[in-house]
Design a protein around this ligand. Structure first.
Ligand SMILES: [Zn+2]
Ligand SMILES: [Zn+2]
Length: 251
């Protein structure tokens, strides 16, 4: 199983429109962050986690021609607004909780009409709950996490887990995250925020989970320069960046 970071930015992306801070004007490619999403590849099978407004650009930049399934963490725009760009990819199974499915059906009714307009995305919505499900032979365990007061999902696949937009995690969910090889977790910025983990809070949760390797994502320009912040982190914890590929994750 390979893991490719398609985007590691918060909802505004980095650079942020109109901003001239040192991060937004940095020449380092690692300081340019599209909206958060990862691609998991198992053989020929490509699973996308979240499909935000940069989805089309992410597919083209990384030469990805096929998406077999999409897992959605929650319904916020930076995680679902690329679904219309699934158009050229043929039939795609999308997996989400009931309330997320409701939002997609409301926002994209043209995809679910009896007589569809030619060319609309061929999306099949699969309702998931907090229990394990399978895509092909791959077992996927949804993990309940809290985005401030909004219950959302993370996903564990073998010894890999992807948790974004976390503000808090119950101990029962932490228990489901033991023995991970690779953890991806959100860390927005240095200062605290109402609905996202700060760097310090993310380090604390990463310590509790205790994965062999932890990568932070969903990052704001307020985090600071990639290289500056990354160099301060403990061993086995890193700030992810767009285009980072981790091969042979948890086979
Ligand atoms: Zn988000
Ligand atoms: Zn900025």
């Amino acid at each position: 199983m390979n893991l490719l970071f398609l985007g590691t930015g918060t909802s505004t992306g980095v650079p942020q429109i109109g901003c001239t801070c040192k991060v937004c004007v940095s020449d380092n490619e690692k300081d340019k962050r599209l909206r958060a999403s990862v691609l998991i590849s198992v053989g020929e099978y490509n699973i996308l986690i979240d499909c935000g407004p940069d989805f089309r650009q992410q597919m083209i930049q990384n030469n990805v021609a096929r998406i077999s399934a999409v897992l959605l963490t929650h319904e916020h725009y930076d995680h679902v607004s690329g679904l219309d760009d699934l158009r050229p990819l043929g039939h795609v199974d999308v997996y989400a909780e009931k309330k997320v499915i409701g939002v997609i059906e409301r926002n994209m009714p043209y995809c679910f009409e009896q007589k569809k307009y030619p060319g609309v995305p061929s999306i099949h919505l699969n309702r998931i709950e907090e229990k394990e499900f399978s895509i092909n032979d791959l077992k996927i365990q949804p993990i309940r996490i809290m985005h401030a007061k909004l219950p959302i999902l993370g996903f564990r696949i073998n010894n890999f887990a992807y948790l974004t937009d976390v503000k808090s995690i119950e101990d029962s969910s932490i228990e489901q995250l033991k023995n991970l090889d690779v953890l991806v977790l959100n860390a927005l910025r240095i200062n605290r925020h109402i609905s996202h983990l700060s760097l310090e809070e993310a380090l604390d949760i990463a310590r509790k989970i205790g994965a062999k390797e932890t990568y932070f994502t969903h990052i704001s320009h307020d985090m600071g320069l990639h290289n500056d912040v990354n160099s301060t982190l403990p061993a086995h914890v890193q700030i992810a960046y767009d285009g980072l590929l981790i091969e042979h994750v948890s086979q």
